[in-house]
Design a protein around this ligand. Structure first.
Ligand code: F3S
Length: 277
């Protein structure tokens, strides 16, 4: 059995940065909680819990002196709410996400509708929406874009983890719906290179494993990308799940991992596969 790891896989810059900030803040002795689980990875979240770092879904539940914002970012209002509650806000928002928040703030102040291509329930998208002062539309596909009324001025941005195909299909519809359209392709470079290398690798292998949290948006996208090329694509989160997979007649196994998957888990799975045969 040959095991091939995608050229680009695992932790992205923004997730690593937020995690480093979390550990550094802990080591400095600050009492804090994270606003939402820091990353979409149960093992990492459990490790943080063991260190005494828990997460809250609402600021009111923060029983600490500070709250750390994860890489997804938060609505602008949360900064004011934290201040009102005398909580120090430690900002782990990925700079690439911050850039989109600033675009939403700037263009909505100029009278543009903000159009976000992405998942309306994803924290990153909720955060970006919360920086716009005017109308926001969140579109997940071309069908939703077709339902939009005609818009005079629109600023289109992307959730960082969407696929290029999704971005293009929505953009094509919007070109016919919005009179003055300003386009900002804010897909993240880290996402793009991960998706491209997963796309390439999944064409060459018999079976593809996507390692990442089941709620991780970018891991789900990697799964979609790979599944198109390789029918035997599996999205797994932990080592134990490989026991459920039938590897017979699969000589070449490809591996990729979402942006919130630590190297330790990737290596653990690679070693277990090597020991299978
Ligand atoms: Fe930031 Fe891109 Fe990662 S936006 S959090 S570096 S996927």
């Amino acid at each position: 059995m040959e095991i091939l790891l995608a050229k680009e896989a695992g932790f992205c810059f923004g997730v690593k940065r937020a995690l480093d900030l979390c550990i550094k803040t802990h080591d400095e002795g600050t009492q804090f909680v994270t606003y939402g689980e820091l990353i979409h990875n149960k093992q990492v979240v459990n490790n943080l819990l063991e260190m005494g770092i828990s997460s809250v879904e609402h600021l009111a539940d923060a029983n600490s002196q500070a709250v750390l914002v994860r890489s997804h970012g938060v609505p602008k209002s949360l900064y004011g709410e934290a201040k009102a509650q005398h909580l120090t806000l430690i900002d782990g928002t990925c700079p690439y996400v911050q850039k989109i928040q600033k675009l939403a703030e700037k263009y909505s102040a100029l009278g543009y509708d903000i159009i976000i291509v992405g998942d309306k329930n994803h924290p990153e998208v909720i955060g970006i929406s919360g920086w716009a002062s005017g109308i926001v539309h969140v579109l997940d596909n071309a069908e939703e874009a077709l339902e939009l009324p005609n818009i005079a001025k629109g600023c289109i941005v992307a959730q960082t983890t969407i696929t290029d195909a999704k971005w293009q299909e929505v953009l094509n519809v919007l070109k016919t719906r919005v009179t003055e359209l300003t386009v900002h392709n804010t897909r993240c470079e880290a996402t793009r290179v991960r998706q491209e290398s997963a796309d390439q690798l999944s064409k060459e292998v018999d079976l593809m494993l996507v390692i990442g949290g089941k709620h991780s948006s970018n891991s789900k996208k990697l799964y979609e990308v790979c599944k198109k090329n390789c029918k035997k694509t599996y999205h797994i989160e932990t080592l134990i799940e490989i026991e459920m997979i039938n590897f017979s007649n699969c000589d070449k196994i490809g591996i990729t991992a979402g942006a919130s998957t630590p190297d330790g888990i990737i290596n653990e799975i690679i070693n277990a596969l090597k020991n299978m045969h």
